[in-house]
Write a protein that binds this ligand. Structure first.
Ligand SMILES: Cc1ncc(COP(=O)(O)O)c(C=O)c1O
Length: 360
């Protein structure tokens, strides 16, 4: 198994020394390490591995989707030099798109729900994107951020709506990159027993699951869902969508419908867990304290779910999940006592980890 437990030392590049270099930002996306979570692996008797997607240049797993949908739009002739990319995004896809647009000379326009963190909105603007935070309303409402993005593109002939939720170039990029990387990093078929992660668009779960089911013998693929999302109940009820129950402090995950990206794989999911926010918050602080990993809430939820899957599959198994992004974009929330209290999450943090709540 080729799992990187310690990061390799990077040798500073010398003039004329090109081995191991990549060409520009675009080629720096992907090929992230697969990190063994030592303490949790010991605790569960399984090997729990996290794909370090926070190491992508834009800081999240969504760099892959952003690059995949832009390359696809170029290939299909929808995006011409100097054109505009328009997207509805909770933040990370927009950040990935803004980076790739700068690197490839496109204008970037982003619509997002105004419930998202200020850090993400600020960063998008710093990256040169035009940002429209709009009221967070259901998908059925024509004012939903995705519909507003689509209308914006329809009114500008030089632009393309990249449609991350239903554009299957998103899942395809994970099928072509994330899935094969994971399989090669664990040492090939027979060396991975479970894959689990939460979904926003479903691109990551769908693309990776499809690849693993085709290429890794006996692997199970599971969904992890936050409160307020309907997919857990969809899978458990054998395909009957249920109403949303509650809401979540997580960002970028949770879904009210089966997107085109999820549709080809959802009926092949082996199971699903709904993860309470309290467990996500506790794990977020544990990962920091025990593994030295400073991660956002969707990553933490994924790790809670990987531990749950370890209990289901039994000792000795290898389970992979996604470490989607770092905590840097959410620190004024996740590490603020006032914010945690306002969400009734302060008591979810054990006494010995309270020292990490450093912001008032
Ligand atoms: C932090 C974070 N985690 C997870 C996801 C979900 O990834 P996907 O859209 O591939 O389902 C997103 C999507 O935006 C995200 O921003």
């Amino acid at each position: 198994m080729f799992v990187r437990s310690l990061p390799a030392l990077k040798t500073p590049l010398r003039r004329g020394f090109t081995s191991g270099t990549v060409s520009g930002l675009v080629e720096a996306i992907g090929n992230t390490p697969l990190i063994k979570l030592e303490k949790l692996s010991k605790e569960t008797g399984c090997t729990i591995l996290g794909k370090a997607e926070f190491q992508n240049p834009g800081g999240s797993v969504k760099d892959r989707a952003a690059l995949g949908i832009i390359l696809d739009a170029e290939k299909r002739g929808l995006l011409k030099p100097g054109g505009t990319v328009v997207e509805g995004t909770a933040g990370n896809t927009g950040i990935g798109l803004a980076h790739v647009c700068r690197a490839r000379g496109y204008k970037c326009v982003i619509y997002m729900p105004n419930t998202q963190s200020q850090e993400k909105i600020d960063l998008l603007r710093m990256l040169g994107a035009e940002v429209y935070p709009v009221p967070a309303v259901a998908y059925e409402n024509p004012q939903n951020y995705n519909h507003q993005a689509k209308r914006h593109a329809e009114n500008d002939p030089n632009s393309v709506w990249t449609d991350q939720f239903d554009n299957t170039a998103n899942a395809d990029t994970h099928y072509r990159t994330t899935g094969p990387e994971i399989l090669s990093q664990v040492g090939g078929s027979g060396n991975i027993d479970g894959f689990i992660c939460a979904t926003g668009t479903g691109g990551t779960l769908s693309g990776v699951s499809r690849y693993l089911k085709e290429n890794a013998k006996g692997v199970q693929t599971w969904l992890a869902d936050p409160p307020g999302s309907v997919l857990d109940s969809y899978i458990r009820s054998g395909g009957k969508l249920k109403h949303r129950a509650g809401s979540s402090i997580t960002e970028g995950i949770g879904q009210g419908r089966v997107t085109n990206n999820m549709a080809p794989i959802i009926d092949q999911m082996d199971g699903s867990f709904s993860i309470p926010d309290e467990e996500t918050v506790e794990m977020l602080y544990r990962l920091l304290d025990e593994e030295g990993l400073y991660l956002g809430a969707s990553s933490s939820l994924n790790v809670v779910a990987a531990v749950e899957l370890a209990k289901v599959l039994g000792k000795g198994k290898t389970i992979v999940t996604i470490l989607c992004d770092g905590a840097y974009r959410y620190q004024t929330r996740l590490f603020s006592r006032t914010w945690l209290q306002s969400k009734n999450m302060e008591s979810a943090i054990p006494d010995h980890l309270q020292k990490y709540v450093v912001l008032p």
